[in-house]
Design a protein around this ligand. Structure first.
Ligand code: NAP
Length: 348
């Protein structure tokens, strides 16, 4: 049976007052809620179930939703957004992010792709529009990690800037309030910051206690780029294609487990709480009410102690989970090439 998107919206009595949820200030002065709901179902949940969770999450106090065209559910989420707004939540109280997929980097495709996301959401502007990956390399949904795009390319800054100029146009057209990046590295961001007319406001990056990316995190803070942390719980149920034998799990870490025990919460909640307190914006995914409510609630409860924050800083394992193998451009290439491990952009 199709999961039903609720027809009406009602503020939950056990929810969190959205005005108490912390915010981060972007360089424009706009404020982004310090936690959002992820909407990528990892092939496990239907678009309807996710759209239903969007209404439920708004009812318990979420105002920030992280979406993307490639998640294939923006139209359904759009129905939820309409329900939420008809329920009395004003557009300016919401923060809606979407992302440009890799097959829409060509100059003529960027504006139509954004307009499609707007139409699907039933909105006349997005708060944030990100280039999802810095490569125009396409792969069909759900393919194996060994799959490659026959036309795959390395990062070509000149081409990325052509895409960026269209992103800038979206701001000038009033269709998008902020533009940003995702899955970038320091050398790529340096070039973009040098050449952008409209600077990126946020960088979305994998961030959890076992993958803290301190250098990139600090670079973002220094350059007024708000870091948005994806897979903040370590994506425990990510698809098989995103699993490797040496991956570690933050929620199984004894340091996280000990803090969870003290607080009487699931270790996942400790990961989210740490993320907010460190200064990134986590976007945990869940369609389960008790989970997404617990994740939001921890944003407004007593902070972790300084010792706990220090202990978590020490458990970084540099364990990247979303390696991006399908975006590689050469046979037999190590996935690390996507992430510029030498500090220079990996050449063709
Ligand atoms: N920019 C990018 O390239 C990129 C890449 C990946 C993700 N993202 C974004 O980031 C979002 C989040 O990442 P993610 O979905 O990979 O992983 P995640 O948020 O780290 O993990 C989500 C899973 O954690 C479990 N969970 C959530 N809250 C919990 C709680 N309170 N207690 C216990 N378990 C809990 C749930 O598992 P169960 O469902 O099994 O209960 C849920 O499916 C995505 O939805 C998407 O919006 C962006």
């Amino acid at each position: 049976m199709r999961d039903q998107i609720p027809g009406s919206f009602a503020t939950a009595s056990d929810g969190v007052n959205p005005s108490q949820v912390p915010t981060r200030t972007l360089y424009t002065g706009a404020k982004i809620p310090a936690i959002g709901l992820g909407t990528f179902g990892s092939d496990r949940f239907s678009g309807e179930a996710i759209a239903q969770a969007v209404v439920g999450a708004a009812e318990v106090g979420y105002r920030h939703f992280d979406c993307a065209a490639v998640y294939g559910n923006e139209q359904l989420i759009g129905e939820s957004i309409q329900v939420i707004m008809q329920g009395g939540i004003r557009r300016e109280e919401l923060w809606i992010t979407s992302k440009l997929w890799n097959d829409k980097h060509a100059e003529q495709d960027v504006i139509p792709a954004c307009m499609q996301s707007l139409e699907d959401h039933g909105l006349d502007y997005l708060d944030l529009y990100l280039i999802h990956w810095p490569f125009p390399n396409y792969h069909a949904p759900g393919v194996d990690v060994t799959s490659r795009d026959a036309n795959a390319q390395p990062y070509i800054h000149e081409n990325y800037m052509k895409t960026w100029r269209q992103m800038e146009k979206l701001v000038e057209m009033g269709l998008v309030r902020h533009i940003g990046t995702s899955n970038m590295t320091i050398p790529k961001l340096k070039l973009l910051l040098r050449d952008a007319r409209i600077r990126p406001a946020c960088n979305q990056m994998e961030l959890h206690p076992h993958f803290q990316q301190p250098e990139l995190f600090n670079f973002c803070i220094e350059h007024e780029l708000v870091p948005i942390g994806f897979s903040p719980i370590g994506s425990p149920n990510r698809p098989q294609r995103d699993r490797s034998h040496d991956d570690t799990a933050a929620i199984e870490d004894p340091v996280i487990a000990k803090i969870a025990k003290r607080l009487g919460v699931h270790p996942a909640v400790v990961c989210v709480k740490w993320a907010i307190q460190r200064g990134q914006v986590p976007i945990p995914f869940s369609v389960k009410r008790e989970q997404y409510l617990a994740n939001l609630r921890c944003a407004v409860t007593e902070p972790l102690t300084d010792d706990e924050m220090r202990d978590i800083a020490r458990i970084d394992r540099n364990c990247r989970l979303i390696k991006g193998q399908v975006f590689l451009w050469k046979e037999g290439q190590p996935w690390e090439d996507l992430w510029d491990p030498t500090g220079e952009i990996t050449p063709a």
